[in-house]
Design a protein around this ligand. Structure first.
Ligand code: HEM
Length: 485
């Protein structure tokens, strides 16, 4: 008998109940006792194992994006961009790659309502023939900060007050008043799109600037955009209260029901590209994650489509244990020097090792679907079968060699060690442009939401004044205060 054929799987269910060790269990409803009424005996191995397993059923929830749901499907190339990148999964129209996608809210707990005004996560894991590519994005094209060292503070401000365990806007506005670079992201959070109707009717963005590398070695900066084919739909603040009041998992249910009924959610993937030689031509820094790239100058180019046609089989295995990491890229796609992205390359693997353990990439949902090999082995919960004597490199006994060099950006760097802010901050222009592009009723709803949070009694006159100076006189007149700066 090959013991490794029988890995733990519900597919190998015995026809009768067993312990985890496989021994038959003849009674699963009564504890072993002395006499009818107890006491209970410690030697009831099955009782102890069953309860001990149960008391350990939960793993730590994600420190952010705890509330979410995933679904499976495929990505299909529809337009040839093989001149822009040597990524194998983008090699030709018609090529399909299996994916798993997880949608989420950011701030609240694992079982919080899906109707909160919040950013939504839009994370796609492509299981390519050259390894997994994780495009871990959001439904906003921009982010509040541009340097990863500030991320824990952003999250602490947005999360519930550590004293009251209530999310409080006076804390958020206090912290963010120091971040004028956050204004453009607020133009998504406090706009109508701040509460998507569900996960199917929202856009997605890679957010950061990445790099595409062609076979020729030519390098382009790139931004990724997902557009839902069923259009963008949102909930008004009033609708959100009703929908969330009736069902705190409405978006999870919507995604499940749509797929189960054959109404498969679909998004088109577009890219914007920029020649790095042009990076100084703009009034903003193209690597600045608090800025969008103007679509009239850098138009959206179609690439492919994402179709979600399979619901998950098991929430714990395929959503809770699903682990994304922006560090996972494939040949032909590379990071950029965006300081926030650079920090994320470290943070996700680090949190997964804490949340799931050092072998999290061996879990079926996270493991690459292509052949893979290295000598990073053992540790807690290793379940990879290895029948090898050579676990070091290089070795004359091991035929496995390093792969051929893949093209990477060849920029060279000179500079002094420094901690500083980027030169072209330009914090206000794009936020103003976006606000002015809206119809008056949309502007009005945006202002109304700001008036509401700026009316929080614990906000000081100084902080309120900073926000009014950020958002214009219009807000000042509605709040009946004068800007202090
Ligand atoms: C340096 C800044 C950031 C840090 C340190 C950070 C850290 C984290 C951490 C620790 C998690 C939990 C991961 C897990 O336990 O599985 C997470 C999840 C996530 N983050 Fe970030 N994050 C940062 C910025 C961003 C940005 C800019 C975006 C959008 C582009 C983003 C999108 C997401 C998404 C979508 C998830 C959920 C992934 C899933 O569905 O499992 N994060 N982040």
């Amino acid at each position: 008998m090959d013991p490794y054929k029988y890995r733990p799987s519900s597919a190998y269910n015995a026809p009768f109940y067993t312990t985890n060790g496989g021994a038959p269990v003849s009674n699963n409803i009564s504890s072993l006792t002395i006499g009818e009424r107890g006491p209970v005996l410690l030697e009831d191995y099955h009782l102890i194992e069953k309860v001990a397993n149960f008391t350990r059923e939960r793993i730590p929830e994600r420190v952010v994006h705890a509330r979410g749901i995933s679904a499976k499907g495929f990505f299909e190339v529809t337009h040839d961009i093989s001149n822009l990148t040597c990524a194998d999964f983008l090699r030709a129209p018609g090529v399909q790659t299996p994916v798993i996608v997880r949608f989420s809210t950011v701030v609240h707990e694992r079982a919080s309502p899906e109707t909160m005004r919040d950013i939504r996560g839009f994370a796609v894991k492509f299981y390519t023939r050259e390894g997994n590519f994780d495009l871990v994005g959001n439904n906003t094209p921009v982010f509040f900060i541009r340097d990863g060292i500030q991320f824990p503070d952003v999250v602490h401000a947005l999360k519930p007050n550590p004293k009251t365990n209530i999310q409080e806007y006076w804390r958020i506005l206090d912290y963010m008043s120091h971040l004028p670079e956050s204004l453009l992201t607020w133009c998504w959070m406090f706009d109508d799109v701040g509460i998507p109707q569900d996960y199917r009717h929202m856009e997605g963005f890679g957010v950061h600037t990445y790099t595409l590398i062609a076979k020729s070695g030519k390098v382009l900066f790139v931004k990724f955009h997902w557009k839902p084919t069923c259009g963008i739909k949102n909930l008004t603040d009033e609708e959100a209260k009703v929908v969330g009041g009736a069902n705190h998992s409405h978006a999870t249910k919507d995604l499940h029901d749509a797929i189960a009924s054959g109404n498969y959610p679909e998004w088109k993937l577009f890219i914007q590209t920029m020649d790095p030689a042009d990076e100084d031509k703009f009034d903003f820094d193209p690597l600045d994650v608090t800025k969008i790239w103007p679509e009239d100058i850098l138009p959206l180019q179609p690439v492919g489509r994402l179709v979600l046609n399979r619901t998950i089989d098991n929430f714990f295995n395929e959503t809770e244990q699903l682990a994304f990491n922006p560090g996972l890229v494939v040949p032909g796609i590379y990071y950029s020097d965006d300081k926030l992205l650079q920090c994320r390359i470290f943070a996700y693997g680090d949190t997964q090792r804490h949340r799931l353990g050092p072998n999290y990439l061996q879990l079926p949902v996270n493991a690459p679907k292509c052949a893979h090999h290295n000598n990073h082995h053992e540790g807690f919960m290793n379940f990879m079968h290895r029948d090898e004597e050579i676990n070091y490199y290089p070795s004359k006994f091991d035929p496995v060699r390093c792969a051929e060099k893949v093209p990477t950006p060849t920029n060279s760097y000179t500079g002094i060690r420094t901690k500083c802010v980027i030169k072209k901050e330009n914090n206000f222009k794009q936020a103003g442009d976006r606000y002015r592009s809206w119809a008056p009723d949309r502007q009005d709803r945006f202002v109304k939401r700001w008036v509401e949070i700026l009316s929080e009694p614990r906000l000081t006159h100084e902080i309120r004044g900073i926000w009014i100076s950020y958002w214009s006189q219009k807000l000042a007149s509605r709040l009946n205060v004068r800007p202090s700066i």
